[in-house]
Ligand binder design. Structure first.
Ligand code: FES
Length: 131
């Protein structure tokens, strides 16, 4: 549990930078705790995962605001093949090398073994994909 000691420079809210200092006294007494596995990363309060794109030789960071793996790739300028964007056509099928994921939305068909539909996949861990 984190405690706030007004005599400690590291926990005294008066020593916080910029707008954090302007929070009310009640806010200064709040604290957040985040729990994650060793492969998870926390950035600005968001759970993030690293997605390594092996063919593109890129590593990109997914967070909950990025949506699917396909949307994340597009947000950094990549244009992976896709069509339906909801798991019905198979166009975005990509080999998963490592990592865990969940589907949201659930695709209407199953990808081939070892592959995922990146239009519906959201990371649950760091991932490596053949893209
Ligand atoms: S774009 Fe159709 S299944 Fe992903």
């Amino acid at each position: 549990m984190l405690s706030i000691d007004k005599n400690d420079d590291k926990t005294n809210p008066e020593n916080l930078p910029g707008e954090m200092k302007q929070q009310s006294a009640d806010d200064s007494q709040r604290y957040n705790e985040y729990f994650a596995t060793a492969n998870d990363h926390i950035a600005e309060g968001n759970l993030t995962h690293t997605i390594k794109l092996l063919k593109s030789d890129m590593t990109i960071i997914w967070d909950q605001s990025k949506g699917s793996v396909l949307e994340l790739c597009e947000s950094v300028g990549l244009t992976p093949p896709n069509n339906c964007r909801m798991g019905t056509c198979g166009t975005c099928e990509t080999k998963l090398v490592t990592g865990d994921y969940e589907y949201d939305p659930e695709p209407f068909m199953e990808p081939l073994d070892g592959k995922i539909f990146i239009c519906c996949a959201r990371p649950l861990s760091d991932m490596e994909i053949e893209l």
